[in-house]
Design a protein around this ligand. Sequence first.
Ligand code: HEM
Length: 452
Amino acid sequence: METIISPTRPVPVHPGLPFIGNTLEYVRGPLPFLNRLQEQYGQSRAVRIALGGLTTILLLKPEETRYVLQENNRNYGRGRSFAVLRQFLGNGLLTSEGDFWRRQRRLAQPAFHKQKLAILAETMIDEAVAWADRLQQADHKGPVNVTSATIDATLRIVSRTLFGSVLTDGVDNLSNALASLNHLANNTLINPIRLPKWIPTPNQRAFRRATETVDRLIHQIIQTRRASAESHDDLLDMLLRAEDEETSERMSDQQLRDEVVTLFIAGHETTATSLAWTLHLLANHPDVQARAKAEVETVLAERDRPSPEDLRSLTYLMQIIQESLRMYPPAWAMTRLSLGPDQLGDYAIKAGDGILLSPYVLHHDPASWPEPEQFNPDRFLPERVKERHPYAFLPFGGGPRLCIGNQFALMEMQVMLAVLLQRFIIKPTGQPIDAQPLITLRSKQAVTVFLS
Ligand code: HEM
């Protein structure tokens, strides 16, 4: 029976210890902690928790999540964790806000339109085939570390789709510098001790050096591009040419730098993580794998590589990717900060309230997903999708700040999996795998599989 509630009751508080609140419980096992909160407070639809000295409201249901991300999104800013990200991404799409963000999004959006993605698909297919060749040439009798193999492939794909169909030395150096900046930023973000930037710890020094290298190389590439009349089918060219419809303005070098770094960082680790999880799931579900392989063989027929047009027909493969993103959403949590007072469902929200939105929590809610720990791609049959709340599944977020690279990522995953399934049978190594929610939802151990 529905409980009757007063219109402005306070959000229930999950009891914790003095000062540290629920931090210990969280650190002991973040994902079981989140699942327990759903179990305990699901009826209330939200719960207030205290982590690292700050309190935040965790939303537990799709309706409230849609309200914050879409219906009243203007009242919710990026939140606390974005301040750290801003240190290395600058003011790019992921971290900027307000009118500045709106303008940048308008400028960048056309680069991700379907026809533009079809051009980038060719690059993805080339890289996926080269990747599979490398895996085939390597001695793959032993286990293959797909955590590093997928990073390797998505790094090459993001570099080529951003900077050019041919990897020149400059681009190669830039990719390496960006990858090390990403690594150092991860170290900074997961370190609970926040030292001021001027303290020269080895991490801070390496961070500064990597930033300088990235800036120098990106500016060189931008200058060369600006000086040349030649056109290139890559994202950088699309961003360079993008012109604001209202003001005819283009991006400055600094804006381009921030967008390029953002796309590079946001565009490879998430996809690689999700691919590694998908390979783990396929290895452990031979029946699903056999169905996917049969689909790939039928669609590709005698051809030795997929074409961009094939992707539309690989529908079961897409269901597998979606089910993998449901179980292991790489962006497992997002933060927001309330800018003014608001009414969120039954709750009164104050200006300054922190909000935690968690795709992981919503994707494991038994009210939307019966037996949530079971891997079952049939959950994404079109008729089943129609029955669910659209915000029950949100691996790419929602509302105006929906991931700009969502179609890019899905296409990339489909291409890479189709090429692998065509060539190999993926088998499990029996090694246990535990999920570890850092910035992305990674696995504690490297994912390994046998390819035969
Ligand atoms: C499986 C892969 C991916 C996942 C799970 C993912 C997830 C997300 C999520 C959840 C957001 C919203 C964050 C928020 O609202 O707080 C986001 C934003 C964003 N993503 Fe992705 N992403 C993926 C791949 C990509 C790729 C391939 C690119 C670029 C090529 C990309 C670029 C971005 C950018 C620029 C934003 C900020 C958009 C804005 O606020 O306007 N992402 N992503």
